[in-house]
Design a protein around this ligand. Structure first.
Ligand code: HSE
Length: 435
């Protein structure tokens, strides 16, 4: 059977892994796809590297536009990343009738609506399994495996770098900055780790999952994004004493008023399976009304795990290449005319539980003042911990866990608590999900 021809843009780690796995499992992949999948062209600025990875049979060029316009190419795999030239190339590939497979979560989270609309119009597919949680087939699960369900919420550890840092902070009791340096030395964190540690990468992925879970447009600009840079080792320790772990979660939840879409450090009960996902591993927990909770776990990055997702998309596209475009799986899981513009709720409308750490004077009436303020905002206390002051110390830490409440009530309570004479400095606030 005639092979399907693939043009690869960018031959870094994932591109190399894609070559390795396609070659190693060639026979089985062909048996699955129904015809051979061949990478026939590679574009990369580093021609020497491209030659050494791709071998002699592949056309190597530093002109990516010559690949996306090549009439011999059926599928373009975009592994360049970012929103710049990658966007131009993806749109050009679509314009030229190519299907696109991409690992580029930033591009789709920000420009996905435009890209999917262009693909729809042209009758081509844009597949993006590798964009979320690397090798975990979470896009497939959400879009197809769970399609009987009304998905209620999902919560994921979808950034390996930050999960590695949080695991190390907890294990070794070290501050964030020290662990980040170590992660960079070991090659876990990028030289510029901003997107990872500030939660942006996780928010890109959460944005894509929210769209296919709820049938809403991609709306990265509406996501609440908070990273782990301000997280203190003391809070990890206090959380542990109360039976919780702190993870950077990407959360999407359906509420009657709209959708919550948020990324932030989150306390989760240590007995939950997802609380025990350590190191650079990823996991996504999805709650559907029919199936209940389902958990997906695996490697969120790396050459072969990400190649596994890229090649799964290549197989899917190859199988559906000749199918009527109207009868393929829709890009965002719901039929394009059924995508609904449900609002993404602002963070002060979010409903969750809270961890509050207060530095207080150790004297009568302090706790009574604080609990009165919380009660006035209808915030119910779930648990409390007071650190025993050291010998001669006049201040101590109080940790309060709340039941579910609306964020703006907590904002008001925090402002009032901070204005008490008996409270020193800022209140540390973290969110808590019982999942
Ligand atoms: N930088 C990401 C992470 C991997 O640390 O998980 C690619 O999505």
């Amino acid at each position: 059977m005639k092979p399907i021809n693939v043009g690869l843009l960018g031959i870094g780690t994932v591109g190399g892994g894609t070559f390795t796995v396609l070659k190693r499992n060639e026979e089985e992949i062909t048996r699955r796809a129904g015809r051979p999948i061949r990478i026939t062209a590679v574009a990369d600025k580093n021609l020497e590297l491209a030659k050494s990875v791709a071998g002699a049979d592949v056309r190597i060029t530093d002109d990516a536009f010559s690949v996306v316009t090549d009439p011999e190419i059926d599928i373009v795999v975009e592994l360049i990343g970012g929103y710049g030239v990658a966007k131009e190339l993806v749109l050009k590939a679509i314009e030229n009738g190519k299907h696109v497979v991409t690992a580029n979560k930033a591009l789709l989270a920000v420009h996905g609506n435009e890209i999917f609309a262009a693909a729809q119009k042209k009758g081509v597919m844009v597949a993006f399994e590798a964009a979320v949680a690397g090798g975990i087939p979470i896009i497939k699960a959400l879009r197809e495996g769970l399609s009987a369900n009304r998905i209620q919420w999902l919560a994921g550890i979808i950034n390996g770098t930050t999960n590695f840092i949080l695991s190390e902070m907890r294990d070794k009791g070290l501050p964030f900055a020290d662990v980040l340096k170590e992660a960079q030395r070991l090659g876990y964190a990028e030289a510029d780790p901003t997107f990872d540690i500030e939660g942006v990468d996780a928010a890109h992925k959460a944005t894509l999952m929210a769209s296919i879970a709820f049938g809403v447009p991609v709306q990265f600009d509406k996501a609440y994004v908070e990273g782990i840079t301000k997280l203190e080792a003391a809070d990890i320790k206090y959380a542990e004493q109360l039976g919780y772990r702190i993870k950077l979660l990407g959360i999407a939840r359906r509420r009657p008023q709209g959708i919550e879409l948020r990324v932030h450090p989150t306390l989760i009960p240590e007995k939950r399976l997802i609380a025990n996902v350590e190191g650079a591993m990823n996991a996504v927990l999805v709650q559907g009304d029919a199936v209940g909770a389902t958990l997906y776990y695996g490697k969120g990055a790396g050459a072969e795990p990400t190649a596994s997702a890229v090649i799964a998309d290549l197989v899917d596209v190859t199988r559906l290449h000749t199918a009527d475009p109207e009868h393929r799986v829709p890009h965002l899981a719901f039929q394009p005319d059924q995508i609904t513009d449900v609002p993404v709720l602002p963070i002060d409308e979010v409903e969750t539980s809270y961890y509050l750490r207060l530095r207080v004077l150790d004297k009568p009436g302090v706790l009574a003042d604080i609990t009165r303020i919380l009660a006035d905002q209808s915030i119910s206390i779930d648990a409390m911990l007071q650190r025993e002051p050291e010998e001669g110390e006049s201040q101590t830490d109080i940790i309060i866990l709340t039941h579910l409440t609306i964020e703006k009530n907590v904002d008001t309570a925090i402002a009032k608590i901070e204005s008490l004479d008996s409270v020193a400095g800022k209140v540390i606030r973290l969110r808590l999900e019982n999942l």
